[in-house]
Design a protein around this ligand. Structure first.
Ligand SMILES: C[S@@+](CC[C@H](N)C(=O)[O-])C[C@H]1O[C@@H](n2cnc3c(N)ncnc32)[C@H](O)[C@@H]1O
Length: 376
């Protein structure tokens, strides 16, 4: 049998961080590409990746790749794959599609054509066809068209991996869980020193940091992964991986993790989210204005994700807040390193300090920066 490869997707700018995570998990032939990381291994590697990857969005299993410039090429390429291995008429399916720099430009059409080829093949074979369920399918198929090359994959994860299941409440512009985890990774924080988020909103950064330091797998509180409904799902292997993960979890954080926010309701939501994530009694959460921040003794890491205003006029109104951030960072915070995540470089100038490192990351379509400030 030829060797199986997988592809873990992530936000642009996070590929190297994800590649490092995969290498630590013991995946083989790890190679970062645009938008994700390719890796090799068997089912066990894919199960582990789904449970453990903090910065990935999905784990895909490519079934086939072919040149594709026309609807007919797409249809024939999908038809050539052996769908009866994965689907029967009794199962439901959904097709997701990502397109870039290709002759076919309508993702809805590409998804529809792919679905047509799959169900036509199965109808020819079984006399009836599986139906489509876009919300909760038994099998999610992913089509990626990039520069007229089409990759058709099975989506191992089902619901994207950033939806850990702990965050139900929404406040002002929450970060996706896997992006928050990427900020923690990019800050270089290893869990052995304090981590502080003084604008924590719904708590995503501190919750992700605490889960990392406590060695809680990010997928532990998920109800289900896509692969658990597949033909041939290896239940005993999965249970062994889960049991191993539970055994390795720590009871206490090695160093404090602290989140605060000016908003009462944000702190309430952060507490509820932290409770669902199983870390509430391990982290410190409280209402506090940035200007009154009192971090634990350093060295440590400070991560700030202030609002960055998408509409005209908001930028002006937010300048004083960015100036206040600068004032806080100019205070003696002995041994702390600060990271500011923002989608607005104009506003970042109001901080009035020179960043020693600038990392480009995407929050959805918004080009953002993670700026590093050393404090003396
Ligand atoms: C973009 S949101 C942070 C989102 C957060 N990372 C999350 O995932 O939910 C910015 C937060 O800064 C808070 N904030 C604004 N001004 C503040 C201030 N002066 N002091 C502390 N927090 C402030 C807001 O209440 C808001 O929750």
């Amino acid at each position: 049998m030829s060797k199986q490869y997988f592809f873990a997707t992530t936000a642009k700018g996070v590929e190297e961080v994800l590649a490092a995570e995969l290498a630590r998990l013991g995946a083989s032939e790890v190679a970062a590409e645009s938008g994700g990381v390719r890796f090799g291994g068997g089912m066990e590697a894919a199960y582990r990746a789904n449970l453990w990857l903090r910065t990935a969005s999905r784990v895909l299993m490519p079934l086939g790749e072919f040149p594709c410039e026309t609807p007919e090429q797409l249809y024939q390429g999908v038809l050539a794959l052996e769908w009866q291995k994965y689907l029967t008429p009794a199962k439901t399916l959904a097709v997701d599609c990502n397109l870039r720099d290709s002759a076919l430009t309508h993702s809805g059409f590409v998804a529809l054509k792919t679905k047509d080829a799959i169900v036509d093949q199965l109808r020819d074979r079984f006399g009836s066809r599986p139906s489509v369920d876009t919300k909760d399918p038994d099998l999610r198929v992913n089509v990626r068209l990039f520069r007229n090359r089409c990759t058709v994959s099975l989506d191992f994860s089902g619901t994207p991996l950033d939806r850990r299941g702990y965050r139900l409440d929404r406040h002002e512009a929450p970060l996706k869980e896997n992006l928050a985890a990427a900020l923690v990774e990019l800050s270089g924080w290893d869990g052995s020193t304090p981590l502080v988020d003084p604008m924590c909103g719904t708590g995503t950064i501190v919750i992700e940091a605490a889960m990392k330091a406590l060695r809680i797998p990010p997928g532990l509180s998920r109800k289900e992964f896509g692969f658990q409904r597949w033909e041939g799902f290896d239940g005993p292997l999965w249970n062994r991986i889960l049991a191993e993960a539970r055994q390795g979890m720590l009871a206490e954080l090695p160093a404090p993790v602290q989140g605060s926010d000016i908003s009462h309701s944000a702190i309430n939501m952060a507490a509820q989210n932290a409770s669902r994530a199983g870390v509430l009694d391990r982290i410190a959460l409280g209402r506090c204005q940035l200007a009154e921040l009192e971090p634990p003794p350093g060295p440590g890491v400070l991560i700030l994700n202030p609002p960055y205003g998408k509409r005209l006029g908001e930028e002006e109104a937010l300048k004083p807040l960015y100036k206040e951030i600068g004032d806080v960072l100019k205070k003696p915070l002995a041994g702390y390193t600060a990271y500011l995540f923002t989608g607005n470089l104009e506003l970042a100038k109001s901080v009035g300090l020179k960043a020693t490192r600038r990392m480009v990351l995407y929050n959805g379509p918004i080009e953002c920066r993670l700026l590093k400030y050393e404090m003396y």
